[in-house]
Design a protein around this ligand. Structure first.
Ligand code: NAD
Ligand code: TYD
Length: 354
């Protein structure tokens, strides 16, 4: 079996659902259910004997040690993190606690467990750390895309905390020989994406007749990958990646934010036209920029293609259509996650943007 942390969040839940759709290898889910974690994301697995959900913190060394001892997973896949840049700007503390201290404690528990293994169990064990392209910093317009050897230049408290966790993972391999794998992926989108991030925020705001807040000039560029492609890449790295190696994962799809927002608007025009028949782009509002906003991220995903034969299955056109359709079909999920705390966050982040 495998232990998956952060499994009630956006990517973690997609990963667990896809894993159990494709294999019968059991999963232990560990998640402390922050605002971003939602048990409902895994509701399809209720009653499934292959899945065990544990409500707990990756920084709880006693709990993690006990889980490792009891279940002896062959791998740990670490998704657990605070993940939203804007929240890290308003309050970095939780990012330091989970992304740095939490990852450190998890590594310590895993190291102690791995030290006690022998033979094939020890040789085959893996710790896969899921990270982001944001650790590499911001690219100028014509600079080549990030490769795995690009210098670390994190610019937000979020990316700095992820960079620190990546360094710890690397050090546990170099110093203790822990068999680690690290993946650095670009922006994901798809089902169960919490509506604080660009794409789901635009979908839910559009449908609620609210403004679509584009930061700055909207010309910041990200590479976008459909979440299920990220999950397939992680499965591939877990299976065949070389320990101690880093694999960049991306969609070969750089787009400026304003193009993303316009694409979402035109899909909604087609699939759920406004009552007044006007186009959703009329709801776009340019608002004050994010502090320290990175201008461009781009991933060179040729290493994972060359060494492991992985490429994304979805194009942006196919992935974004599936995503918009999912939100239209899952309005109950959307209203559940828009709790009072969510509304407080929207007020905090947007009320003071001119
Ligand atoms: P998310 O915020 O949707 O989910 C994070 C999950 O981790 C939540 O379920 C939360 O409850 C859980 N969690 C937080 N702190 C925890 C703790 N201390 N102990 C246990 N569980 C905890 O994030 P996501 O978008 O699914 O991202 C998952 C991982 O992938 C993160 O490590 C993130 O840095 C990385 N990543 C995300 C993207 C993206 O576009 N979303 C891109 C590249 C990498
Ligand atoms: P986000 O989804 O927060 O991901 P990240 O900051 O990790 O890339 O934001 C994606 C891009 O969209 C980023 O350049 C910021 C921008 N953005 C907006 O323009 N408006 C918004 O309301 C949000 C949440 C993001």
């Amino acid at each position: 079996m495998i232990l998956v942390t952060g499994s009630a969040g956006f990517i973690g839940s997609n990963f667990v659902l896809d894993w159990l759709a494709q294999s019968d290898e059991p999963v232990i889910s560990l998640d402390n259910l922050t605002y971003a974690g939602n048990r409902a994301n895994l509701a399809n697995l209720d009653g499934d004997a292959r899945h065990t959900f544990v409500h707990g913190d990756i920084g709880d060394s006693v709990l993690v040690a006990e889980l490792l001892q009891r279940h002896t997973p062959r791998a740990v896949v670490n998704f657990a993190a605070e993940s939203h840049v804007d929240r890290s700007i308003h309050g970095p503390e939780d990012f330091i606690q989970t992304n740095i201290v939490g990852t450190f404690r998890l590594l310590e528990a895993v190291r102690a467990h791995w030290n006690g293994l022998t033979g094939d169990d020890k040789a085959d064990f893996r710790f896969l750390h899921v990270s982001t392209d944001e650790v590499y910093g911001s690219l100028a317009k014509d600079e080549p895309a990030f490769t795995e050897t690009h210098r670390y230049e994190p610019n937000s408290p979020y990316s700095a905390s992820k960079a620190a966790s990546d360094h710890l993972v690397r050090a546990y391999h170099h110093t203790y020989g822990l068999p680690v794998l690290t993946t650095n992926c670009s922006n994901n989108y798809g089902p169960f994406h919490f509506p604080e991030k660009l794409i789901p925020l635009m979908i839910v705001n559009a449908l609620a007749d609210k403004s679509l807040p584009v930061y700055g000039d909207g010309m910041q560029i990200r590479d976008w990958l459909y979440v299920k492609d990220h999950c397939s890449a992680i499965r591939r790295v877990l299976k065949a990646g070389r320990t101690g190696e880093v694999y960049n994962i991306g969609g070969w799809n750089e787009m400026p934010n304003i193009e993303i927002v316009k694409t979402v608007c035109s899909l909604l025009d087609e699939l759920r036209p406004r009552a007044d028949s006007k186009p959703y782009i009329e709801q776009i509002t340019y608002v004050a920029d994010r502090l320290g906003h990175d201008r461009r991220y781009a991933i060179d995903a040729s290493k994972i293609e060359r060494e492991l034969g992985w490429r994304p299955a979805e194009t942006f056109a196919t992935g974004i259509r599936k995503t918009v359709q999912w939100y239209l079909e899952n309005e109950a999920w959307v209203s559940t996650v828009q709790s009072g705390a969510y509304r407080d966050w929207v007020e905090t982040n947007y009320s003071q943007r001119a």
